[in-house]
Design a protein around this ligand. Sequence first.
Ligand code: F0G
Length: 461
Amino acid sequence: IKYVPEPFRIKMVETIKMTTSEERAEKIKEANYNLFNLRGEDVYIDLLTDSGTNAMSQDQWAGVMRGDEAYAGASSYFKLVNTAKDIFGYEFIQPVHQGRAAEKVLFPTFLKSGQYAISNMFFDTTRAHVILAGARPLDCVVPEAKDPGKRSKFKGNMDVEKMEKLIQEYGPEKIGLVVLTITNNSAGGQPVSMKNAREVAAICKKYNIPLNIDAARYAENAYFIKRDEPECANMSIKDIIKEMFSYADFFTMSAKKDTIVNMGGLIGVKNAVENADMILKIKANCISFEGFTTYGGLSGRDLEALAIGLLEGIDENFLRYRIGQMEYLASRLDDAGIIYQSPVGGHGVFVDASKIFPNIPFNEFPGQVLAIELYKEAGIRSCDIGSYMLGNDPDTNEQLEADFEFTRLAIPRRVYTQAHLDVIADALIAIKERAHEITRGYRITWEPPILRHFQASLEII
Ligand code: F0G
């Protein structure tokens, strides 16, 4: 397929280091085969995450200079809040320093011990904040999400039948919150349809359960809706977003993704009058954990860049190019017979490493094997989204087997060119060709009790 040309030109560049394969073999060994231990400067193409790694525009950088650093009531705060109110149609907007801060401030206001929260799939920190609030998370994604090779649209959707069964089984009073994650990161950046959001909202209303959107990649999600959901084909991206958010009561957002800034987050409340008490609690938590309500843990310059990024991130030409990058990379993998979560999602390609290394068992971490090989092959940093990341059963301490053994190639926004994408595809193809030579994976020699993948040490078996 054709690469969609960049709707921008390059004004400032950042030199990246080229390394030899001998140097990389040495560096990854020194890093105990954990890519989080590598220095950024030793990486050629960094696909560890699309979060906070995006390139800001000249307007955003100009905004950084204009940022108002007043402690209270800065003009940058009002600019941000007014822009967000206009895009989402929500009456109350609270800035915070990143997505997990939004979760930390908002979730304890709904959830308490003995309750449950249901999601199409919780992101790790979202899951953690449900647990920290004393409740338990229940994932409820449509079954086709678990089959990477099966191409079906809107694989990020909530399984609404299962959701309603769960509510009846546990009792509606036990379900403190429903979280709709758009796009569904853990399932491969897969979108949620407008129809699905409407159905989820109807069930929440029927049982009187609040609905929160985890909005990290809401603009990419809106683009997929416009492209693939006929009833929305003639709507603008902005109208799609407004309708989608009208179905929920609240949103939490990591602005480090679709809002194209390096740091920031938001909380939104749709009805300010109805939720007046809730807003008081949000403000109180924000002041305790983040900072005064009109800066929420951000500098004035961050608020300003975020206000501008909100608008740049929903530009249809930008989104066409952005999703076009994923489609281009995915089409090169199709040509080479490399299986990934398909059709490709919004923020990266999730390669099915278990298909490249069919003989490496889950407890030798095929996703991590592929991530290490990509670094050795071409200096590309990616990460395992599989059994290595999942970890051990907290009760028995046995290694758990994940639903997927993915290696995630997350693409930062406005950062890499078509030639970089070709380097990535060529590296994957080269690894696939020599994959039969790699028959064993890795063993963990040290690990912390939780979120081990960030810090663990590994060795070759
Ligand atoms: N929700 C989703 C869907 C996310 O993907 C993330 C972060 C968060 C919440 C938390 O936001 O990092 O600003 O605190 N995802 C990043 C990733 C880290 O690499 O996928 P945060």
